[in-house]
Design a protein around this ligand. Sequence first.
Ligand SMILES: Cc1cc2nc3c(=O)[nH]c(=O)nc-3n(C[C@H](O)[C@H](O)[C@H](O)COP(=O)(O)OP(=O)(O)OC[C@H]3O[C@@H](n4cnc5c(N)ncnc54)[C@H](O)[C@@H]3O)c2cc1C
Length: 458
Amino acid sequence: MSRPAPHPVTAPVRRDDPPPTDAWLVHRRARLVWGSVLVAVLVGPSVIWMLRTGPQPLLHQMSVLTGLLALSAMVIVAVLPSRVRGLSGALGLETLLGLHRRLGLLAGALVALHLAFVVADQPERVGLLVPLAAPGRGQAATAATVAIGVLLALAVRGVRSGTHEVWRWVHLSLAALVVGASALHVFWLNNLVTDAVMGPVLTGLGLLLIAVLVLRWGARAGAGEFRVHVVRPESPTVSTLVLARRGRHAGPWFRPGQFAWLRLEQMSVEEHPFTIASSAADGGRVEFTVRHTGDFASRLRELQRGDPVWVDGPYGSFTPDAVPSTGLVLIAGGVGITPMMSMLRTAADRGDRRPYRLVVHARDRADLLFRAELAHLRTCLDLQVTEVLRRPAPNWGGATGPIDTALLAAVLTDLEEPARRLDYFICGRPQLVTDVLDTLGALGVPDDRVHTEQFAQV
Ligand SMILES: Cc1cc2nc3c(=O)[nH]c(=O)nc-3n(C[C@H](O)[C@H](O)[C@H](O)COP(=O)(O)OP(=O)(O)OC[C@H]3O[C@@H](n4cnc5c(N)ncnc54)[C@H](O)[C@@H]3O)c2cc1C
């Protein structure tokens, strides 16, 4: 494909933007509300303590404040990945995971500062750190500190390929130890919990965490039960699992681009996230297109008609439903095409007239998925598909190489109407997403029009 010179593709001329839709306003409000709730939980207990106690000696004040902030941060860190559906729909998976990581590091830093201020305030308290000689409150503090150190070191190191399940259980066990030991430390300290105001505040923080965890682990039985209708091969390494909902058909229940967690036994602890690839207009039958990377994905390929699968979802905010776009640019790497297929299938079912530009990045021709269906969708949508191969055969006549500014400029040449508001959806390996983000940045695309989903560790 010929590549014109790069030029800015979306000058942010706000007065040309289409008016916000109701869905966009609801989404913005939900983000604001959830953001405020998180900030309130993070700083609320510390602010209440300061208002209640008034000015205190600096070192004492800092020791209590760092402890309270660390406690609040731990509660939020535990809540963020706990599948609170409203939170996931408002902030999206990537924001939640980014906050989870950053607040986890903040909690670790606050615990270290707390220790430093406690000892600086009263140096004789250093004895609390001697594990066997220390009273219960000191032992609990030491256990929490060691556990959070190990937890953060393992989290920063990341998961080695094929060890995700082991890593996940070590992570969850250490997190439970950190939160449990911190709670015991505060309880045995017996000063804040007996205070007429701080006692109920800390109890509220604890009850919030327990409620979220009970919903997260206790509501597993309520996940939707589906039965395998068929497993359809798409390529030598990719298959589509077609599932039919058991019982009453509840109508549309997800938005295009969202994902769900799949389990093969109702109470199994092993579950993996997959994007719902089918049209959101049909909630009774859903499809997941899966690359057989490891054990779990390979087991999905072996399923037989009638086998049960439990679907916990929908989650995430990687969806065009909430954005008031006049056109969509979808950029997918490999099996990252699954959310794009849901968006395009839904658009076709809804009779959407907006322009769609799909860029598919794949290793080679055999890796290009859904070619026949995309050709059909082009007859009922304003859809253009650009296929880009990383390792093309000599007879490949299409685009090759990375998704750079010249390629994107060429893809967008016919979308020059002044009132456009294009939104960009990118999904694939973390490296592809990072590269495309750089390219869009170089083209002057505003950040708030770019939406990403990475099939990385959750
Ligand atoms: C939001 C989201 C949507 C996804 N959608 C799709 C999709 O539509 N199609 C598709 O083929 N893949 C998708 N994935 C990736 C898919 O979840 C993993 O490939 C799958 O969990 C691998 O499990 P495994 O046992 O088969 O392979 P393993 O060999 O155990 O793992 C292979 C790699 O997958 C990742 N992984 C393993 N377990 C998990 C887990 N529980 N959660 C997250 N990542 C894990 C790890 O990075 C690991 O290195 C998605 C991932 C996310 C986060």
